[in-house]
Design a protein around this ligand. Sequence first.
Ligand SMILES: [Zn+2]
Length: 490
Amino acid sequence: MTEPYEIIIGLEVHVQLLTRTKLFCGCSTRFGAAPNTQTCPVCVGMPGTLPVMNRRAFELSLRTAVALNCQIAPYTKWDRKQYFYPDLPKGYQISQYDLPFSFDGYLEIADPSGAIEPRRIGIIRAHLEEDAGKSMHDERASQADSRIDLNRTGTPLLEIVSQPDLRSPAETKAYLTELKLLLTYLGVSDCNMQEGSLRVDANINLHINTPDGHVVATPIVEVKNVNSFRAVERAMTYEAQRQFEVWQETGQKLGDVPKQTRGWDDVANLTRGQRHKEESSDYRYFPDPDLVPVTVTPEEVEAVRANLGELPADLRHRLELTYGISPYDSDVLVNQGPALVEYYLEVVRGCGDGKLASNWIQQDVLRSLKEREVEIAEYGVKPAALADLLTKVKAGELDTSRGREVLAAMISSGKSAGEVMADLGIASVDDSELVAMCQELVDANPRIVADVKAGKQQAAAALIGQAKKKNPNVNAARVREICLELIARL
Ligand SMILES: [Zn+2]
């Protein structure tokens, strides 16, 4: 049954940019240092200090905005957003208010498994701002204790605001996955959610179809503290149901109550009400008098566009066209990130078979990476070595199941495919020898032969099993082929 409402979701994503230093001072942005060791008079907001913009942060932001098909403002300025919070020592955050450096873009989302329709999700704006510090609350002690770490204060953040174009939790997850992938391929962020490099706030409400044929919008709620894409999906599912129930009870519509902020509790699997959200007029924005505006020429934008490199959507398309793999396969490979795609391409160069390489990487390499919780760079078999193994599989020197055994031994021993095959005594079986063996099997198994003749081709599996017992080196696919051929002649 379809829901009696439509879900409307827009996302604000904060991305920490991969710069060595902060947005307006020379302090390091390295994660994990001892508290308050990466600060200076500028980022802790001492009177009389002057900020200077980090060029690199602006370049990375520009790169992202161009890749998101945004318009780039020829003139952009910095504004002070005033609010009082213990981890914001200046009493204001330097951000961009009415003239963001980019606006009006879009990101295409798709899912080859067919769970969602391919669609363009609008980007309202992307702007650059500095991060605040971190409050750490220790509530275990008998006296609750709060501490402030200002290492993060002044770290460059790119805020990407989507249109309220997302219509389901699944689309929301697809948008975030594609955005993260784009940022990874652009090299602008490490997108590490555990370290806070990528933070998601979601605005959600419902358009409810009432029995009398009207459409009613529920109040918009901002959901915060969602720490994984899976959590975003679950939070949106929960919140849609909650808003529908509240509407059934109270009949509250958009505009009846102030915008509410709710936090996602991943353990309890629900959202809880937080403070009411400030309106932008509460922030008393005004242009920062200490920073000069930034101008960008059309030539500079074109230069950025020309140097974007191959983005995920183009890369998927190229893999499908060049190597004949399916959209599903190219999606799996590309979604693993640039390092895995590079590995794949090297294997293909070595073995000359894009489909075979894709199958083995998806079924064997990715599973092994997951089991060992390592990245492709740490995988024990180099692309040339895997390509060598696949070349032997392709030539019929060993079948897939024997190939898997060899690969497992290659990982544990670091030896080449040839060396492992010598160790295991794997040698390809001569075709005439195979035909003779198959003839024996066919002669000795009249019942199986009768089954196959009656149309039960799967009965031939028993013959392959017997052949493997006689000689583990036989190629299962070849044995099946020969046996079926011999039976057909009977
Ligand atoms: Zn500093």
